[in-house]
Design a protein around this ligand. Structure first.
Ligand code: ZN
Length: 368
């Protein structure tokens, strides 16, 4: 996220803080000082807010560590004034894994709350009279009582089924085991957006602008994620075979074709990239438009396809995923075209144009 910087790293995960977080600390420091008139008291207020965010950080680590165990890569954790955000590079694929990841965060607070309540009692605090962190703190026990209650609040608030909050993710994961990811996301997004509207309205009516702000982000998050899932599902299952040029409609050349013949094919034909097949029908090379045109303009004389063709090249299976595999192999090879091979036989060619057109189609669907 823009405007965030790293403050540390643990368990292989960078911890970042958004600059506006310090605005929040300054705000609490100011309010603490205004209400108590003492700088020491203002510092205590800031300290408690920091402690609160450490609980939020541990909550995010709960999500992150379980996600790591289930095979997801965690990019970073960012602390924002409205809470924490653990960014996963890949979401867990299995719905039940998403439920586990979602529950792990609040579970951390379930563990923390009784610890703080215990400390509160130990330090002579009353559980029902938490510290008022703004107007000054009377005792350490009351501070622990406050942190205990904050952890209870974190559990209760996060488990509201307002997708994409934790409770909403649990709801989606559970629905997805029966309804599939698209329908499950649609339902939980709708539920999430309804809660978001409630948060916003209730937030403004009760002058709780933080709640209204959270409602706003929940609303945006719910619509964004629902769109993302729909897209991913639309693109899933598009295989190389779906977009490649098939061998039936494809011109092949032999190593003995002359350079003049192949140049003619490129200039006057529709095809730009050619597999090279020998007498026994084996794929022995490929030759692409770029090479042919470069050769045409080079001072060297090429007499036959054999002089010019590439003999080292990757191939791809027709069943491979188009975007995950086909596109990646094309990119890594730096080639314009890949022979598509099944059981040792050439079945087609996949070109960068094929992938480009499929991507365009995908983007058009996205716009709709
Ligand atoms: Zn969470």
């Amino acid at each position: 996220m823009g405007g965030s910087f790293k403050i540390g790293r643990a368990f292989g995960i960078d911890v970042k803080v958004h600059w506006s977080f310090f605005l929040l600390l300054a705000f609490f420091g100011y309010v603490g000082f205004r209400d108590s008139g003492s700088a020491a008291s203002a510092l205590v207020t800031i300290g408690i807010v920091v402690a609160l965010f450490i609980c939020v950080l541990l909550h995010e680590y709960g999500h992150s560590l379980v996600a790591q165990r289930l095979g997801s890569e965690v990019q970073d954790i960012t602390l924002l004034p409205i809470g924490g955000l653990a960014r996963l590079k890949t979401l867990p694929e299995r719905p039940i894994d998403e439920v586990k990841v979602a529950v792990a965060g609040p579970l951390v607070n379930v563990v923390l709350a009784p610890i703080f309540f215990g400390l509160a009692l130990l330090f002579g605090g009353s559980l029902f009279v938490p510290a008022n962190i703004i107007s000054g703190v009377d005792s350490v026990g009351q501070v622990f009582a406050y942190l205990g209650l904050i952890n209870v609040a974190l559990v209760v608030f996060n488990m509201i089924p307002a997708f994409p909050m934790d409770g909403g993710r649990v709801l989606r994961g559970l629905l997805a085991t029966r309804l599939g990811p698209v329908r499950a996301t649609e339902i939980s997004s709708t539920v999430g957006q309804s809660f978001a509207i409630l948060f916003i309205v209730f937030g403004f009516l009760s002058n709780n602008f933080l709640l209204a702000l959270v409602g706003f982000f929940v609303f945006l998050g719910a619509s964004g994620e629902s769109q993302m899932v729909r897209q991913r599902e639309q693109m899933r299952g598009l295989a190389v075979a779906d977009v490649m040029g098939t061998k039936r409609r494809m011109e092949t050349v032999t190593p003995y074709h002359t350079f003049g013949q192949i140049l003619d094919s490129v200039i006057h034909g529709y095809q730009e990239d050619f597999p090279v097949i020998d007498e026994e029908g084996n794929l022995v090379g490929i030759i692409t438009r770029n090479e042919i045109m470069a050769a045409a303009h080079s001072p060297d004389r090429y007499s036959s396809v054999r002089d010019l063709m590439k003999t080292e090249f990757p191939t791809i299976s027709p069943d491979a995923d188009l975007f995950a595999d086909g596109y990646r192999v094309l990119q890594e090879s730096g080639l314009r075209a890949l022979p598509v091979v099944k059981d040792g036989n050439l079945v087609g060619m996949l070109t960068t144009d094929d992938v480009g057109q499929a991507a365009l189609l995908r983007d058009l669907r996205k716009l709709r």
